[in-house]
Design a protein around this ligand. Structure first.
Ligand code: GLA
Length: 715
């Protein structure tokens, strides 16, 4: 159960989640201040906590040290401001005044809204908190309202929330870094003193960083220790700043947008920020990841219980060189492998025979599909598969009918070049006419062809982000936020109108993976790099926050088209089976033996996919482990099926048998290997490990499925 309680005498609020507490209080100046985020405490205990943040010595240089729930700009505050505004007379400092609060409870959880305002100017500020009965994740966001009728208020920064951590001496920070074809590389290191900023200014979440952080006091490991983490639900530019001061006080503030971009709030207008969710967990990094996975399954994904189908995607097989006959051949082969969803990728429309032309012209290419898409779709259905299609709605090639008709529809500034990336420009989705056009053709396409699945791609970052129509009235900057909002709105509407439609989010790989996108897509493409070895690292970073059930993973050709590396098929399959397994190879070039092996692995995957997609995921090694061994364990929801994958990069020097200690097993149960029939006692699996039969060569891998033999080992 989660609850929210309030003490009127001290103006203290306590949010209680199943395993944590979160307390806040108004100070003498009405500033909402943080008291506690951690182990469960009562309202009385939180009220009585010593105010550790009060100045230790009075000096005229340190400034305010009050840990506000949202650090505003003004007075003697010198940290990063989460809320910065400029009023019409030039005043920038903000002063809090408390109005009231609202607590509501429902079947799912409870919500708190703190209604605040500026002490003088017409700005209402509401801090929103939401707790769920079945999760320790606390969702927070902010709304601002221009409550007057005078001039606009310029919002320079509106973070969703600030999170304050308790004083500890040795904070570390975990996050991911990356780039195209190398997304979600997990990093953890000492938290610098100063202000550490994680950000995207690219208009998308980005390949370079992902909007979440995990902090620990230097002593957490995979299975133990306190971890404080936060993740932002936004798919455009964003910023999270983590500040550590000389006295080891740590606070973070995060939200959408980046510096220099503002929003002119008009009288009566309400401005709502995305959710910046936070989680405190005492079970180390492993339990923290699992708590996020669980939250995403319960409260973020649109169809969490749907088991994701095994799909085939034609991109790596054909590139832009596709036509109906070629797709039919691939579909026929895919069907023999046990594939359930056939997805045709880029190149089916307009003059799109290379990346230089045709984007924006969303009608089937008449030379490649003389009778339109229907014959292929019917054939795919006849083969017993669902049909999916690649689209990239937010983009246009200058060499396209769309651009020739609407050169003003793209992001651009007057008197500036239009920077092309991958020969394309970004359509200004903030424009209502552009958003209407995009929704119109997508809706028709899905309806006319009964399309089951869209791969929604987005293949470049923003540049020259101007909107000349609003160049002088101060509203042009809205495009950064409204672009994302309109992408969300179009997807939401498509889903409502076509309830069976499923969507994969893709952004040249994993450039737009975040809690905002996951609220409206069923799975995401983590990277254009399908090399199985690189994928192990990418998947490790990806699953630090996001669950395996949204992680598309194709088995592709060897040597790999991106890295040139040759990796055995079994290893490639095992890497893909640890997520949402799919196939993306040039199947017409595979021999009968390879196709047979792949079909067997697909069948195997179907046996275990409920456990991989819906169960819990446990890292058994760190990617940096010696021996180049990576292992993960999945446990089914009812805890009867255990799935263990192990991959080893290179042949070991010695021949000693390898064992991997399992973590999620029940020490009193007996487990039986489904293939060999060998039995293992849970206690021994935990203490001494599962023996792994890894072949003595490079790129060896194993998949072990253990069934719990109920009660056998109960003393
Ligand atoms: C992006 C995607 C790929 C593929 C191509 C098509 O790079 O990530 O999977 O769809 O676009 O142009």
């Amino acid at each position: 159960m989660s609850t929210i309680s309030f003490s009127p005498s001290s103006h203290t609020w306590l949010l209680t989640t199943p395993h944590t507490s979160y307390g806040l209080q108004l100070d003498a100046t009405d500033a909402p201040c943080h008291l506690h985020w951690g182990v469960p405490l009562t309202l009385g205990q939180v009220e009585a906590l010593p105010r550790t943040y009060l100045p230790r010595r009075a000096d005229s240089f340190s400034g305010r040290r009050v840990p506000e729930e949202l650090a505003v700009d003004g007075a003697d505050r010198y940290g990063t401001a989460g809320l910065q505004v400029r009023f019409a007379d030039g005043t920038r400092a903000l002063e809090w005044a408390y109005l009231r609060h609202e607590i509501t409870e429902d079947e799912q959880g409870a919500s708190l809204t703190l209604r605040m305002r500026d002490r003088h100017y017409p700005l209402a500020i509401s801090l929103h908190y939401r707790v769920h009965h079945d999760s320790d994740v606390i969702e927070r966001h902010l709304t601002l309202e221009h409550s007057g009728d005078g001039e606009a208020v310029e919002v320079l920064r509106a973070d969703s929330a600030g999170w304050v951590l308790p004083e500890r001496s040795d904070y570390r920070i975990g996050h991911v870094v990356g780039g195209w074809a190398a997304e979600t590389q997990s990093r953890r290191g000492g938290l610098p003193w100063g202000e550490t900023q994680f950000t995207s200014r690219r208009g998308i979440t980005s390949h370079q960083a992902n909007p979440w952080v995990m902090l620990d006091a230097g002593d957490a490991d995979e299975q133990h220790g306190q971890v404080w983490s936060a993740a932002l639900a936004w798919s455009g530019s964003w910023r999270i700043t983590v500040q550590r001061d000389t006295e080891n006080r740590v606070r973070m503030t995060g939200g959408f947008g980046h510096d220099g971009v503002s929003w002119r709030l008009e009288p009566g207008e309400i401005f709502e920020t995305p959710v910046f969710a936070g989680l405190y967990n005492r079970g180390g990094f492993g339990a923290t990841s699992r708590a996020w996975h669980d939250y995403i399954l319960r409260h973020v994904l649109p169809h969490p219980q749907d088991v994701r189908p095994v799909l085939y995607n034609s991109w790596e097989a054909t590139g832009f060189d596709l036509d109906e006959a070629g797709q039919r051949k691939l579909a026929a082969l895919a069907a023999t492998l046990g594939v359930e969803l056939f997805v045709m990728d880029d190149g089916w429309f307009g003059g799109r025979t290379s990346e230089t032309a045709g984007l924006g012209d969303w009608t089937p290419n008449p030379e490649r599909f003389p009778e339109g898409l229907s014959p292929l779709i019917e054939e795919v259905h006849r083969l017993g598969m669902a049909f999916g299609l690649w689209v990239e709605p937010e983009m246009v090639n200058p060499d396209s009918d769309l651009y020739r008709a609407h050169p003003d529809w793209v992001l651009h500034f007057p008197n500036r070049r239009r920077t092309e990336l991958r020969n394309q420009l970004v359509l200004n989705f903030a424009r209502p006419d552009v958003a209407r056009w995009a929704h119109g053709w997508l809706d028709r396409l899905v309806a006319e062809h009964g399309i089951d699945f869209l791969k929604w791609d987005m293949n470049r970052t923003f540049s020259e982000a101007g909107w000349p129509e609003h160049g002088t009235d101060g509203q042009a900057d809205r495009l950064w936020i409204d672009h994302v909002r309109n992408v969300y709105a179009i997807i939401d509407r498509l889903r409502t109108d076509h309830p069976n439609l499923r969507i994969e989010g893709c952004t040249g790989g994993g450039g737009r993976v975040d809690l905002g996108m996951l609220r409206r897509v069923d799975q995401v493409w983590p990277s254009d790099n399908t090399d199985a070895l690189d994928r192990l690292t990418i998947q490790d970073g990806f699953t630090r926050l996001y669950p395996a059930r949204v992680m598309s993973a194709w088995v592709t050709d060897s040597p790999n088209p991106v890295t040139g590396r040759s990796v055995p098929l079994r290893f490639r399959c095992h890497a893909a089976m640890a997520g949402v397994m799919a196939v993306g190879g040039s199947l017409t070039e595979w021999n009968a033996e390879e196709l047979q092996e792949l079909a067997e692995q697909v069948e195997r995957y179907k046996e275990i996919r409920d456990t991989v997609q819906l169960g819990t995921r446990h890292r058994l090694t760190e990617p940096s482990d010696s021996d180049g061994l990576t292992a993960v364990q999945y446990m089914s929801v009812n805890e009867t099926e255990t799935v263990v994958f192990a991959w080893r990069l290179s042949r070991p020097i010695d021949r000693k048998p390898i064992r991997i200690r399992l973590v999620a097993s029940d020490p009193r149960s007996l487990y039986r290997d489904r293939e060999s029939g060998r039995e293992y006692e849970g206690a021994l699996l935990i203490e001494f490990g599962l023996p792994l039969e890894l072949a003595p060569h490079d790129y060896a891998s194993t998949l072990t499925i253990l069934d719990r033999v109920i009660d056998s080992a109960t003393p």
